[in-house]
Design a binder for this molecule. Structure first.
Ligand SMILES: *[C@@H]1O[C@H](CO)[C@@H](O)[C@H](O)[C@H]1NC(C)=O
Ligand SMILES: *[C@@H]1O[C@H](CO)[C@@H](O)[C@H](O)[C@H]1NC(C)=O
Length: 783
């Protein structure tokens, strides 16, 4: 407590000093190619008019082996004789510029940055326009901070691992459990961050952590030692999907490999996945970085090689020099020179790695001289935490909140009838809890622009009586229960804000169970018994919570999930409670009952169920058992009805001219995607969405396909989603285009993607449309 007070007051002091100095603070010095430096400004690598490829080649040709090795690590060394400064590659911007990486520091002109909701919340909006808009704002603030000399241009965000197990402490950082949702999120956020200016990058994003990483610390198994046993089938149709979409659709500048092994090989040392998949198949135009210190980890912790030089060589050959290009950590900087001298890796391999990293720095304009003279050079302190940026953080929270239950309906509350609100619970007046992890270093609570807590938000609509009920989310005792009960007796309505925080779920901390921690459930039950008016439960959490007790209790009028709603979370929660905002969020992950995990090791990576082994399978795509709330659940204050306006009953799938249907191309009546003519092949559906209620609302159409039955097939799979705003009493027509090869294909047990011929059932809410895919063979056989 004392520590954090000291810290925040010194932080405030820094802020004041920063304000005083702000007039005299000069912009960042050029990273390289300073126009004032006569010795370098004429060198080819500094010539903006030359193609980047030539500039990179020229620069690498001038570096000694020692200098090159110094550039293989995140804390890259300076090369003073060529006018190049040191550079810290590690910055983070998961949901706002963050100081989790050493490349970014708050203070001075930049006391904080806009802190958007945690990604799991933003994902619940199912609004790709919003995701890209957030990326644009975050990169404006990142560029502004770079120009001010306090941040880098390379951001190791987003985290697009599949939220496979509900206990995962980092599930909150991800866009949820569905591969197509996660892939869309990845591509949209990355586009927003990187800008839309051809080769030139606004900032460089990185999709992480490749791959099959979604366990931090469970039952004595940690991510540094974990060997994920993953089938080819699950890799192809689950774990790889968001990364492929990030690279191919988002054109991301980087991919980060993970700590864990996949099938016995550390991901950062596996040429099959780094070289063949990411670079070969997906054509990454960028660099591959290791998770922070994965190379050291697979040598020191996993004992994957017998000498450190071999570890360095493996990394470089796999990825570093043909796969891995940058080590977050010191390992490659220390051991690569020896590895080259021993002939374990060649200098040419080192050069290949540097081509990938330096090209990105050039695309960022880091070799173009004065930052202020470049695109985005005018961004500065005035562009951080602007009213418009903070408004978007609020908007994101409003769009991400999910209404799970609304009995009666009892929401929205009315400020005329509900004049006094009892606001109760361990998360009822929190600030940093609302921004989740990867926002700022734990004890520094000054990184957001400012906060509105739920209590403050509700206070704008009604008189509040506040009681925490439990002193923290662990809720170890019932000492404050009586006061909470008393508060709810006096109020016209009771809002209980409960749930989790980083002490329960975090990086390096997976959850043990799915119930509300400690005695929170008891608090809720006691308060609801005493409550005079309607009782509303507001949940803050990244992962799902088994709230069956509240779902089934008729005295609990409504339940709302806010995820971690960001700096403006309290305003958004209150706006939804009082009906200023009509909620439209949908759950991006399944809410399982506690029994689901009873005999389910987190270490079992299989997505598909195995009834004979009592294995339930994972996510809505493969698990068929009972749920508390399903993936995609979320209600509104209005009602929408759907009708299919037009959709073809049959879609022909033309085969590649070189193949003959009935021989090579067909196995189990499913055509290999590589044997089909995929270009432009899509299923177009027109759907009418009518708002039959009395409130305007935004609605997400979730479009699922149920492929013809087969052993490798998911029950259903999200193939498209579209968010639409529909004013009360009106109708909107929504066009949906489903790319047949990408989204109507399934993956067989050998990891081969195939398009099953026959009846595919397309589900949109309560409507079903059947479409028959038929191989079109006529006229396509050449010779
Ligand atoms: C294709 O299949 C047919 C029938 O099974 C067979 O007669 C024919 O020889 C096959 N052609 C090739 C090129 O394999
Ligand atoms: C999606 O988000 C954008 C940005 O906030 C917003 O303007 C738009 O209205 C949202 N779309 C819908 C249908 O709600």
């Amino acid at each position: 407590m004392a520590y954090s007070t000291t810290l925040s007051s010194s932080f405030f002091l820094l802020f004041l000093i920063g304000l005083l100095l702000s007039v005299s603070i000069s912009a960042r010095e050029p990273f390289a190619c300073d126009p004032k430096d006569a010795t370098t400004k004429a060198l080819p690598f500094c010539q903006v008019s030359l193609p980047i490829k030539e500039r990179v080649k020229d620069l690498i040709g001038r570096l000694t082996l020692k200098e090159k090795v110094g550039l293989l690590v995140d804390n890259a060394g300076a090369v003073p004789r060529l006018g190049i400064k040191g550079y810290e590659w590690w910055s983070e911007a998961l949901h706002g510029v963050s100081n989790v990486g050493p490349g970014t520091k708050f203070g001075g002109d930049f006391p904080g940055a806009t802190s958007f909701p945690q990604v799991i919340t933003t994902a619940a909006s199912f609004n790709a326009t919003l995701w890209e808009a957030i990326g644009r704002v975050v990169s404006d603030e990142a560029r502004a901070m770079y120009n001010g000399g306090v941040a880098g241009l390379t951001y190791w965000s987003p985290n697009v691992n599949i939220f496979r197990d509900p206990r995962w402490g980092r599930g909150q950082e991800t866009p949820g459990e569905d591969p197509v949702l996660a892939g869309n999120y990845a591509a949209s956020y990355v586009k927003g961050l990187q800008g839309n200016d051809g080769e030139r990058l606004k900032v460089a994003a990185s999709c992480k952590h490749f791959t099959a990483y979604d366990l931090d610390n469970w039952n004595g198994v940690d991510r540094f030692h974990f060997n994920a046993q993953v089938s080819k089938q699950d890799i192809e149709d689950t774990f790889d999907v968001p990364f492929r979409m990030c690279v191919k659709d988002g054109k991301v500048a980087s991919v980060m490999c993970s700590y864990n092994q996949v099938n016995g090989i550390p991901t950062c040392a596996d040429p099959k996945i780094l070289k063949n998949t990411i670079r070969g198949q997906w054509r990454l135009n960028g660099y591959i970085v290791s998770d922070c210190d994965s190379v050291g980890v697979y040598y020191d912790t996993q004992h994957y090689t017998s000498t450190p030089e071999e570890a360095a060589a493996d990394a470089i050959k796999a990825g570093y020099f043909a796969g891995l290009d940058l080590d977050c950590g010191p390992f490659l900087g220390v051991h690569t020179e020896n590895a080259v001298q021993r002939g374990l890796v060649s200098e040419a391999d080192v050069n290949n790695a540097l081509v990938n990293t330096i090209t990105i720095q050039m695309r960022l304009g880091m070799f173009d001289g004065e930052p202020s003279a470049q695109p985005y050079g005018n961004l500065g302190p005035k562009d951080v935490c602007t009213p418009a940026h903070q408004e978007l953080a609020l908007e994101a929270a409003r769009q991400g909140i999910v209404l799970l239950k609304n009995q009666g309906p009892s929401l929205p509350l009315s400020h005329l009838r509900h004049r006094t609100i009892a606001v109760i619970g361990p998360n009822s007046d929190v600030t940093v809890t609302m921004i989740g992890n990867y926002a700022g270093k734990p004890r520094m609570d000054g990184v957001a622009c400012g906060y509105t807590t739920p209590l403050q938000g509700i206070g704008r609509y009604a008189k509040t009586i506040h009681q925490q009920g439990c002193k923290d989310v662990a809720c170890g005792d019932d000492q404050s229960f009586a006061a909470a009960i008393d508060a709810s007796r006096q109020a016209d309505a009771t809002v209980l804000v409960v749930g989790l925080d980083q002490s329960i779920e975090a990086e390096a901390r997976d959850r043990a169970g799915l119930l509300l921690p400690g005695r929170q459930q008891e608090l809720v039950s006691k308060v609801v018994q005493a409550s005079k008016g309607p009782t509303i439960l507001v949940l803050m959490s990244g992962g799902p919570i088994d709230v069956s007790f509240a779902k089934n209790d008729p005295r609990i009028a409504a339940i709302l999930w806010a995820g971690y709603p960001g700096q403006a979370g309290g305003t958004a929660i209150a706006d939804v409670l009082f009906g200023t905002t009509n909620p439209g969020g949908k759950l991006p992950m399944t809410w399982y009952p506690q029994e689901y995990i009873a005999n389910l090791p987190m270490t079992n990576m299989a997505m598909r169920s195995s009834p004979s082994k009592g294995y339930p399978g994972r996510t809505y795509r493969f698990y068929k058992g009972p749920v508390v709330y399903p993936f995609g659940h979320g209600i509104s204050y209005t009602n929408f009805v759907h009708t299919v306006a037009s959709a073809p009953p049959v879609v022909g799938v033309p085969l590649d001219g070189r193949r003959r249907f009935g021989n090579v191309t067909v196995s189990g009546k499913a055509i290999r995607v590589t044997h089909a003519k995929c270009k432009g092949l899509s299923l177009g559906i027109q759907v009418d969405v009518k708002n039959i209620g009395s409130k305007d609302g935004s609605h997400t159409l979730l479009v699922y396909s149920k492929p013809p039955a087969g052993y490798w097939v998911p029950h259903k799979q999200l193939v498209a989603f579209e968010k639409v705003h529909v004013p009360a009493g009106t109708q909107q027509r929504v066009g949906i285009n489903i790319h047949v090869c990408k989204f109507l294909s399934v993956v067989d047990r050998s990891g081969i993607r195939r398009i099953p011929m026959g009846e595919h059932s397309i589900h949109i809410a309560d409507i079903k449309h059947s479409v028959s895919l038929q191989a079109a063979t006529l006229g396509v056989i050449k010779s």
